[in-house]
Design a protein around this ligand. Structure first.
Ligand SMILES: NC(=O)c1ccc[n+]([C@@H]2O[C@H](COP(=O)([O-])OP(=O)(O)OC[C@H]3O[C@@H](n4cnc5c(N)ncnc54)[C@H](OP(=O)(O)O)[C@@H]3O)[C@@H](O)[C@H]2O)c1
Length: 230
C-alpha cells in the first residue's frame, strides 16, 4: 500500500485517480481548494473507510502549501500527482491575449508543479520508490501545429521542460519523474465530446505510473502507455 498526494482531487481526472487508488486500499491525500464544497470527494471519503484524507490546498499559494506540509509532518509520500490545472483565459490567441490570465495559467500549470515537488521532496525521499508525476498535455507538444489556446499550450510545454530538468537533478535521489498526457477526457475541461471517460483515463494513468522505473525518468507518456514527442 502506498500514500499518494493528488492536487485538484475534487473533480475530473483528480477525483477519478483518487477513487481508483482508494478502491485498492492506498491512502490518498486528496487536495482541493474548497473542501467544504467538494461533495463528491467527501462522499468518496465516507465510502472508502477513510482511505481518503482531504486537505485544503491552492497550488499557487505558498502559505497553503506550507500548511499542508506542516500537517503531514514526516509522512512518506510514494507518489505525488500534480494534476490541478486550468485552460483559461478566454482570450489567448496571437492577436488577442489576456496577459494577466496567461500569467495565471503559467502559475497554476507550470510553476506550481515545481512548487509542490520542492515542498514535498523530503516526504518523497522518505518513500522506497518515490514518483513525482505531472499531468501534462499533448497540446504542449511542439509537434502539434495548432495555434489555439496559446497560454495553455505554452504552460504545458514549459512544465514538460521544468520536469525534464527535475528528472536529471533528482535522479541521484532515486525520484522518478514523469509527464503524462491523460487523453482527451470528458471532464469540465475536456467537455462532453472528448474521446474517453475519466475512469478510463485514470486507469491508464495508474498503469503508466506503475510501469515507471528510474530508466524512464523524465519521459513524456500518454495514458495508453505510448511515449510522446516533445
Ligand atoms: N480533460 C482533458 O481532456 C485534459 C487533456 C489534457 C490534459 N489535461 C490535464 O489534466 C488535468 C486535470 O484536468 P481535468 O480535465 O480533470 O480538469 P477539471 O475537471 O477542470 O479539474 C481541474 C482541477 O484543477 C483544480 N485547480 C485549478 N486551479 C487550482 C489551484 N490554483 N489550486 C488547486 N487546484 C486547482 C480544480 O479545482 P476547483 O474545482 O477548485 O476549480 C479542479 O479540481 C489538468 O492538469 C489538465 O490540464 C486534461
Amino acid at each position: 500500500m502506498s500514500t499518494i498526494l493528488i492536487t485538484g482531487a475534487n473533480r475530473g481526472i483528480g477525483l477519478e485517480l483518487t477513487r481508483y487508488y482508494a478502491a485498492r486500499g492506498d491512502t490518498v491525500i486528496a487536495c482541493c481548494r474548497s473542501p467544504e464544497q467538494a461533495d463528491d470527494l467527501r462522499q468518496l471519503k465516507d465510502q472508502t473507510n477513510d482511505c481518503v484524507i482531504i486537505h485544503q490546498l491552492d497550488v499557487t499559494d505558498d502559505n497553503s502549501i506550507a500548511a499542508l506540509k506542516a500537517s503531514l509532518g514526516s509522512m512518506a509520500i510514494g507518489i505525488l500527482i500534480n494534476n490541478a490545472g486550468i485552460i483559461s483565459p478566454e482570450k489567448q490567441s496571437t492577436r488577442e491575449m489576456d496577459f494577466d490570465g496567461f500569467l495565471h495559467t503559467l502559475n497554476v500549470n507550470t510553476v506550481s508543479p515545481l512548487r509542490m515537488l520542492q515542498a514535498f521532496l523530503a516526504q518523497l525521499k522518505a518513500s522506497d520508490t518515490p514518483k513525482a508525476i505531472t499531468i501534462s498535455s499533448y497540446m504542449g507538444s511542439f509537434t502539434s501545429l495548432a495555434t489555439d489556446r496559446i497560454a495553455y499550450r505554452t504552460s504545458k510545454a514549459a512544465v514538460n521542460r521544468v520536469m525534464c530538468a527535475a528528472a536529471q537533478d533528482l535522479k541521484s535521489d532515486n525520484i522518478i519523474i514523469a509527464l503524462i498526457h491523460p487523453g482527451w477526457v470528458k471532464t469540465d475541461m475536456g467537455g462532453s465530446n472528448a474521446d474517453i471517460t475519466s475512469p478510463q483515463s485514470a486507469a491508464g494513468i495508474v498503469e503508466v505510473i506503475e510501469s515507471l522505473n528510474i530508466d524512464k525518468t523524465g519521459g513524456f507518456f500518454a495514458w495508453d502507455g505510448s511515449e510522446l514527442p516533445w
